[in-house]
Ligand binder design. Structure first.
Ligand code: PLP
Length: 452
């Protein structure tokens, strides 16, 4: 039997873990497997830290979301939000499930094309589309969601220059009762700007107005906001039909559904507060179907759901580097993954767990990343068991935005693996190396040598 680790007893003020109405917080259960595969064995094979994605969870979540909408509405189409996670393997799982691509830059557009998505099934969003980007999108007959008048004029100009009829929609921002308003993207509904943009498009006679788009926010907990947004877009569609006899092909409700992560400062965990896909689907589809749009003219419903489709499928596993006591006696645990890899720790209280069973004793702990930077905190003041150097940890629900917003700062970005449906691991992004970076750098001749 191995000797138990000694921990010096201390007396301290409690900063976390005060009883709630449900009593004292429970012990953190370890998480040792993902889809039946041992996390410890994956760390040994692929190194630490390690991002792990579950193909099974991605497909299951997608099918749940698709069923929620398609069981309520005749024509439903998902379009994968590339910026949420644009690892090619991940995108291709969604494309295999039937999702189109939703991109917000020329880079993402090219990525979708390279993945084999037909241009006419790429939705091009965002405020930054260069003339070259727009040309590429027009040539590929992609769906251009216009963000502002300057872009609208660019597209009209290009339609003349290229003698093409671009397929466009406008992005609309609107008051959904959620404040502050998300009004920096698209044309405003309430002040009439959206109506003006539509008039401008119809009177130009050069553009093919195919849809109406909104994306009302992200990590939305209110289904009512979607009901309001769908109702307002439907009213624009009705106006278009009444005024121009023009039928749009789709209404695109964007993304924004909350995932089950817990926001910092939230009283209840996200697993209890995030509405289900059924809740969101009910709000949106009932608003469209009870609108004045004629039943046989109901447009296709597009969803650009990002985080809610991928968060649960992602894990970040790693190793404890050291433990120490802070000056006030609080326990600190330093791990080998910091905010460079886990950008979302700035706004989520991430669910972080030991990989192997540990003692029942837990303590108010702050979990720091490895960076030489004071803000590198993964969790502050959480009741956490006493892990020691070399012990493994795993963070759950990190599939959204971390593998796109991660920073190359101080160290390399790690290997990402995908567990297929049989639990077989596949490397889908290699750990970076010095070569990855040096291949991008140029050193002028006079700076090549030095003598120390
Ligand atoms: C980011 C984004 C999405 C995805 O948002 P989620 O909150 O991750 O669902 C969808 N559409 C647009 C236009 C976006 O910018």
């Amino acid at each position: 039997m191995s000797k138990l680790t000694f921990e010096r007893p201390i007396i301290q003020r409690i900063n976390a873990g005060l009883p709630s109405k449900y009593g004292m917080p429970r012990r953190l259960e370890p998480l040792s497997q993902i889809d039946g595969v041992s996390i410890e064995s994956l760390l040994q094979e692929f190194g630490s830290p390690l991002f792990i994605l579950s193909e099974q969870t991605i497909r299951k979540t997608y099918r749940e979301a698709y069923r929620a909408f398609s069981s309520r509405y005749p024509k439903v189409q998902f379009s994968w939000s590339y910026k949420t996670n644009y690892l090619n393997a991940v995108c291709n799982i969604f494309h295999q499930e039937g999702a189109w691509a939703e991109v917000v830059s020329g880079f993402e557009f090219q990525k979708a094309l390279a993945n084999g998505v037909p241009g006419e099934l790429i939705i091009f969003n965002g405020p930054d589309k260069s003339r070259e980007d727009l040309k590429m999108a027009i040539q590929h007959q992609s769906l251009i969601h216009i963000d502002h008048f300057d872009e609208l004029y660019d597209v009209i100009h290009l339609s003349k220059e290229m003698e093409e009829r671009p397929k466009v929609a406008i992005r609309v921002n609107l008051d959904t009762g959620i404040y502050p308003l998300w009004d920096r993207f698209g044309f405003n509904f309430e002040n009439g700007e959206a109506g003006d943009a539509l008039t401008r498009i119809m009177s130009s006679e050069r553009l093919d107005l195919v849809g109406l788009h909104t994306h009302i926010g992200t990590y939305m907990l209110s289904t009512d906001a979607y009901r309001i947004a769908a109702t307002k877009l439907a009213s624009l569609a009705v106006k278009l039909e009444r005024k121009y006899g023009h039928l749009i092909q789709y209404i695109d409700m964007g993304g924004g559904f909350a995932s089950k992560n817990t926001l910092k400062g939230a009283y209840y965990p996200g697993t209890d507060t995030a509405p289900s896909f059924d809740d969101f689907a009910e709000a949106i589809t009932s608003a469209l179907m009870s609108s004045d749009i004629k039943p046989d003219h109901l447009p296709m419903l597009i969803l650009e759901t990002g985080r809610a489709l991928i968060d649960d499928a992602g894990y970040l596993a790693g190793t404890v580097l050291a433990t120490k006591r802070l000056s006030d006696g609080r326990r600190a645990t330093i791990i080998d993954a910091g905010v460079n890899l886990l950008f979302t720790s700035f706004w989520y209280d991430h669910d972080i767990r030991p990989v192997a069973p540990v003692s029942d004793q837990s303590e108010d702990t702050t979990i720091f990343g490895p960076l030489c930077m004071n803000i590198d905190v993964i969790r502050s003041n959480m009741m956490f068991p006493l892990l020691k150097k070399g012990d493994r940890f795993v963070v759950r629900r990190v599939g959204a935005y971390n593998m796109t917003q991660w920073m190359q700062f101080i160290t390399f970005r790690p290997t990402v693996i995908l567990l297929d449906k049989e639990g077989k691991p596949h490397v889908i992004r290699k750990k970076e190396s010095l070569e990855t970076f040096n291949s991008q750098e140029l050193t002028p001749d006079h700076l090549k040598d030095f003598d120390l």
